[in-house]
Write a protein that binds this ligand. Structure first.
Ligand SMILES: Cc1ncc(COP(=O)(O)O)c(C=O)c1O
Length: 373
């Protein structure tokens, strides 16, 4: 007997790994099941959504539904455009300075880890008056700056921040007003906290952590920024995308479709406030296990800046880390290895990670400690 897509969906739950990947990462199982069920024949058209024109009515409905959901879920003010782009957050390291500043403007960067470093490096190639407004390099990127640490030069157009440094596992617990507009890379904590829009001119991030599959980048940009932007080559120009509702060229139809479903799933669970509570609770469970381990596990980051998405920790005896990771993997917990640049363990617990993954990990940490002791 041949197996059908329905069989595949039915067995999927029991086969799911405890996936702690930093991105791309776990997506809601119900969304994957819906996609599997709808993939081959979309709406009785005899075609998959990924085989049809993006100019047709079926895709058009998906696209605008996703845009509407983004506006609702992120509480986006009227005077911001929502852009659905490609190129990852990495392309925004280029597009943000090109659109939100003029060639001679001073732009400041808070460098709290790998991603901030990359953002400022690209900006320097485009805007000679790019400067580092704060860096945590000397301290090994273990903390975020306080507002008084951020040095803003006179005439600065914006200050760029990375709200959550995915590799180091630190986050800005609060957004402070540096006296000029903020631009933020929120790739790894999108929709896990409300955005105080008044402080921002521009927020961007890749979808592949909290929103959906890789291949979609979501940009929120203030209309006045678009209006004042210098002219750029078409794809790099926010106005090109804003004027066409992100359909100036072929949009990434598959990730937009799946992301729309993830957003619907989040809306049903209670939206951003529910995601924020969920993130605090689940990261809290892992930090508590670390803090209650009598030093067997330790968090290398400043207490008040601990990420709610990427929980980084070390073992007291670092030579135990390899065994920890191997045994975790044998027990079905995947992608727990810390980034190669920092080592140790990193549990990424994005919105769609099931609670069961977190409780399984916490249990495993306790058992591993007992067996080592
Ligand atoms: C905070 C942050 N910014 C930027 C990036 C780069 O994103 P992309 O791969 O979408 O270009 C990542 C990737 O993990 C990230 O975590």
């Amino acid at each position: 007997m041949t197996s059908t897509p329905t069989d595949a969906v039915a067995v999927a739950e029991s086969l799911r790994a405890y996936n702690f990947s930093a991105g791309p990462c776990a997506l809601p199982l119900t969304v994957l099941q819906e996609v599997a069920a709808e993939l081959v024949d979309f709406n009785g058209t005899g075609m998959s959504l990924i085989e049809m024109s993006h100019r047709g009515p079926d895709y058009d409905a998906i696209h605008h539904d996703a845009l509407d959901r983004f506006r609702r879920l992120f509480n986006v003010p009227e005077d911001f455009s929502v852009l659905l782009l490609q190129g990852g957050a990495t392309l925004q390291f280029t597009m943000a300075p090109l659109n939100a500043s003029k060639p001679d403007d001073a732009i400041g960067y808070v460098v709290a880890g790998t991603w901030g470093k990359k953002a400022v490096a690209d900006a320097k190639l485009l805007r000679p008056n790019t400067y580092t407004a704060w860096t945590g390099a000397a301290d090994g990127f273990r903390a975020m700056p306080s507002i008084s640490d951020i040095q803003v030069s006179p005439g600065t157009r914006f200050v760029h921040v990375t709200s959550n440094e995915t590799i180091g596992g630190i986050r800005m617990a609060q957004f402070h007003d540096p006296g000029v507009p903020l631009v933020a890379d929120m790739s790894s904590d999108y929709l896990s906290r409300p955005i105080p829009w008044d402080l921002f001119d521009l927020v961007y991030g890749g979808a592949q952590k909290n929103l959906g599959p890789a291949g979609l980048t979501v940009v929120f940009v203030r209309t006045s920024v678009i209006e004042a932007a210098p002219k750029n080559p078409s794809y790099l120009d926010y106005s090109y995308h804003a004027a066409a509702d992100s359909m100036a060229n072929t949009p990434p139809v598959f990730p937009i479709w799946v992301t729309g479903k993830v957003l619907a799933w989040k809306e049903e669970l209670g939206g951003v406030e529910a995601m924020q509570t969920r993130a605090a609770r689940r990261s809290g469970q892992i930090y508590t296990a670390i803090d209650n381990s009598d030093g067997f596990y330790r968090s290398p980051v400043a207490l008040e800046d601990r990420s709610h998405m990427n929980i980084v920790f070390r073992l007291q005896d670092e030579s135990d880390e390899k065994r920890f990771l191997t045994e975790a993997e044998d027990a079905g917990m995947l992608n727990l290895k810390g980034h190669r640049s920092v080592g140790g363990v990193r549990a990424s617990v994005y919105n769609a990670t099931p609670d069961e993954s977190v409780t399984t990990l916490v249990e495993f940490m306790k058992n591993f400690q007992s067996s080592a002791g």
